[in-house]
Ligand binder design. Structure first.
Ligand code: NAD
Length: 331
């Protein structure tokens, strides 16, 4: 049997960097696309790489036609911060781009549908104020889906569209994960509203001072990038009969910004981490849940994260950053 193929869009981003090796470990060949030319380290792992926008449908149609992928991991997106500043661009890329790609994945009704993996976000939730946020605690997938930002609206619409199209013969088998803030040791984030957590840790590891852009008490769910990739691959491989819904919550831990700072200080006692909240980003953080209920992901497809906050630092981030920044310092 020939090797299954996955098309990964937005492959040059934070998630792509760890997803591509994880797919190769599963014996899946990767074709990768990004707006920006991909690093050599990614290119050498792929069957084919393309520098293009997901809005160039002729390029995508050609790739899909030549490789007939079993899976699509549609990572390309305009992230939350930029989406609020450039809502037209966000709509074109996040909504129009996703719809066009879903249509390009159509197969004949008698063929196995493409498994279309869509990383959604906790931004699909919208709590009206911090008091309600605190009272709501860990929200379920069906609660508070009234986003307060453009990015959350984009993601929620695509989730609903994907779930709807899944019921049409020949259209992709759409599966989505509502990711919390993802923390990677391998890459630095850009453009997300949860970036303060990874930025704080990367700054401490490099001996740089850092001003956190949300309040000390701001609480959100997070997970490490390896746990996020594990979730995405597990859901992609899950038997369709086991799925009770199309969009799932996942989380590794839920922490206040001050808790993350304290945990970082245990490993980097000299770290200089202060707080200088940005009102625009604080508004979004106040509307996102302080935690999510991931019971269904555990039950339906065996989601099981390795890292709580303390393990995230001790078992993954600190050791990986030591290597990363030693290598940078050593040239
Ligand atoms: N990082 C997080 O904390 C987080 C949390 C929730 C959801 N997500 C979602 O996960 C996915 C991947 O996130 P990430 O952290 O890797 O983001 P990222 O910003 O690091 O990567 C996104 C990639 O998409 C590419 N891209 C943007 N517009 C494009 C276009 N028009 N055509 C082709 N490529 C384009 C960018 O060049 C970039 O390489 C996104 O859909 C994001 O919304 C991320």
């Amino acid at each position: 049997m020939s090797q299954p193929i996955a098309l990964v869009t937005g492959a040059g981003g934070e998630m792509g960097h760890l997803l591509i090796p994880a797919l190769r470990e599963q014996g899946v060949g990767v074709i990768a696309l990004d707006l920006v030319e991909l690093d050599e380290s990614i290119r050498e792992q792929c069957v084919e790489t393309v520098t293009a926008s997901i809005l160039e449908t002729d390029v995508l149609a050609d790739l899909i036609g030549r490789h007939t992928p079993t899976y699509v991991f549609h990572l390309a997106a305009v992230l939350s911060r930029k989406a609020e500043i450039e809502p037209d661009l966000a709509h074109r890329v996040n909504v129009d781009g996703t719809y066009e790609l879903l249509k390009l994945c159509r197969r004949a009704p008698e063929q196995t549908p493409v498994r279309f993996m869509f990383p959604s976000s906790i931004a699909v939730y919208g709590l009206p104020n911090p008091t309600v946020k605190q009272e709501a605690g860990a929200v379920k997938e069906t609660e508070w889906t009234v986003p307060s930002g453009v990015y959350g609206c984009n993601k929620l619409y695509c989730e609903l569209l994907g779930a709807h199209l899944t019921r049409t013969p020949g259209m992709p088998d759409f599966r989505s994960i509502r990711f919390p803030g993802l923390i990677s040791a391998e890459t630095l984030p850009a453009g997300g509203t949860t970036d303060y957590a990874p930025e704080m840790i990367h700054a401490a590891a490099q001996g740089r001072s850092y001003k956190c852009f949300v309040l000390r008490d701001a609480k959100l769910p997070f997970m490490t990038m390896p746990d996020g990739i594990d979730a995405l691959v597990r859901l992609a491989l899950a038997d369709p009969g086991r799925l009770s819904r199309r969009a799932y919550n996942v989380r590794g831990f839920a922490s206040k910004a001050s808790d993350i700072r304290s945990e970082v200080l245990k490993h980097y006692p000299e770290a200089d981490i202060g707080f200088d909240p940005d009102p625009a980003r604080q508004v979004l953080v106040d509307s996102w849940p302080e935690d999510v209920d991931d019971t269904l992901a555990q039950k339906d497809w065996g989601f099981s994260p390795k890292h709580g906050l303390s393990q995230a630092l001790s078992d993954y981030l600190v050791p990986a950053m030591k290597k990363r920044y030693a290598a940078v310092a050593g040239g």
